[in-house]
Design a protein around this ligand. Structure first.
Ligand SMILES: [Zn+2]
Ligand SMILES: [Zn+2]
Length: 384
């Protein structure tokens, strides 16, 4: 292994400046390579490095090891941690090198005369003994075949955006082959489950026509082929009697069951104790299998909303809510939120299809969705 000074000159030249991150990164890379038994990493084809942060030190690790994204020998795990794992793919030996948290504090001790904290770190990181600077732990890394340098896989096309996908990055959702961004969109922004329907909260003051709007939207969306679920938030303090006195389910419940399910050849009803009230999440989870849920009430819950406005009053519950998709009722004069007449059900359903359900042929980007990088769990790379 070449000297710290020599490697530092080289990494600073390619990084563009000599900073504390260069010193830390060079030392981190020197330690990692040594621990996995690679003395001269440059040009050696058996080293793969998984970095956990994209900062100055990452460039230094790249400069010392010669590993790069393009060669597929550098993997980026977006954890925001000053750490990197070095894998010798020949011997399978792997170590994770983590910069210790107190290294910054130590810097003041090791470079007391430095003019700035940055300068102190730059000087100190070269002098602090390795065991004070880093924690080095053996790691078990299983690099999937498709993540190895030199892997060639079959290129496929995304069924939604039609773009080509390489390196087995396609995912299957309900039998369709999708790219990761399209799959995330189809799974909803939380990416939790393909079953989770989209949710729109229908909000507004009492007696403005929320139920009427739902009554009209349900057939309109159903006719367009969507399975629609609804939720009614009842504010009554008194228990709502749905399973009436004397029925078998009532007797089950009176006997102390905390949940009772009633199953008939065509329906399924569930009565459950929920002290404090069920969360919208729980209720929506129970409506899996639907494409969209229209929930009446819940104006304080996060989520896309349509507010029904009163004809006689200018009061608004959700003015300025960034998740307000549209208003229904008198025009608000607010150009940033679409406004619909109470009878304009078809145009409102068009908006829902386009912005919420991501109808093919439309951009399919909801008001609140953003293009997200795949989470690390979707990257088939093991982690210690
Ligand atoms: Zn830098
Ligand atoms: Zn796609």
């Amino acid at each position: 292994m070449r000297s710290l000074e020599e490697l530092l000159n080289e990494s600073s030249a390619s990084h563009g400046h000599r900073c504390a991150g260069q010193v830390l990164g060079v030392r981190l890379a020197m330690a990692g390579c040594r621990e996995v038994g690679i003395d001269e990493p440059k040009g050696c084809k058996k080293l793969v490095v998984l970095v956990e942060i994209d900062r100055c030190a990452t460039d230094a690790i790249q400069a010392v090891t010669g590993c790069s994204l393009g060669k597929r020998t550098l993997k980026f795990l977006d954890y925001g941690k000053m750490a990197a794992t070095f894998v010798n793919t020949e011997t399978q030996r792997a170590v994770r090198v983590l910069a210790k948290d107190d290294a910054r504090e130590l810097a003041r001790l090791y470079a007391p005369g430095a003019a700035t904290p940055g300068e102190a770190q730059k000087q100190a990181y070269a002098a602090i003994p390795e065991e004070l600077l880093f924690s080095i732990q053996p790691a078990r890394i299983n690099i999937a075949e498709e993540n190895m340098p030199g892997f060639r896989g079959v290129r496929v096309n995304c069924a939604s955006c039609r773009e080509g996908i390489n390196l087995r990055r396609e995912v299957r959702v309900d039998g369709r082959i999708l790219c990761i961004p399209c799959a995330q969109r189809s799974l909803g922004s939380n990416g939790a489950s393909g079953d989770r329907p989209k949710v729109i909260l229908i909000v507004g003051y009492k007696k403005v026509g929320k139920t009427t709007l739902i009554e009209r939207l349900v057939p309109e969306l159903s006719n367009r082929g969507y399975r629609v679920g609804t939720v009614k938030h009842h504010h009554s303090e008194f228990p709502v009697v749905v399973d009436s006195v004397g029925t078998d389910t009532w007797r089950h419940r009176r006997a102390g069951a905390s949940g009772v399910a009633l199953v008939t050849p065509t329906d399924f009803a569930l009565f459950r104790d929920t002290p404090g009230g069920a969360s919208l999440e729980e209720v929506v989870a129970a409506l899996h299998g639907t494409d969209i849920v229209l929930a009446e009430g819940f104006h304080q819950a996060p989520g896309l909303k349509i507010e029904v406005l009163s004809v006689g009053s200018a009061q608004r519950r959700c003015a300025g809510d960034p998740q307000l998709l549209a208003t229904v009722g008198p025009a608000t004069g607010d150009a940033s939120v679409a406004s619909f007449e109470p009878d304009a059900i078809k145009p409102l359903a068009d908006l829902i299809e386009r912005e919420v359900l991501g109808k093919p042929g439309f951009p399919g980007v909801t008001k609140n969705s953003k293009f997200e990088i795949p989470s690390v769990s979707q990257l088939p790379v093991g982690h210690p």
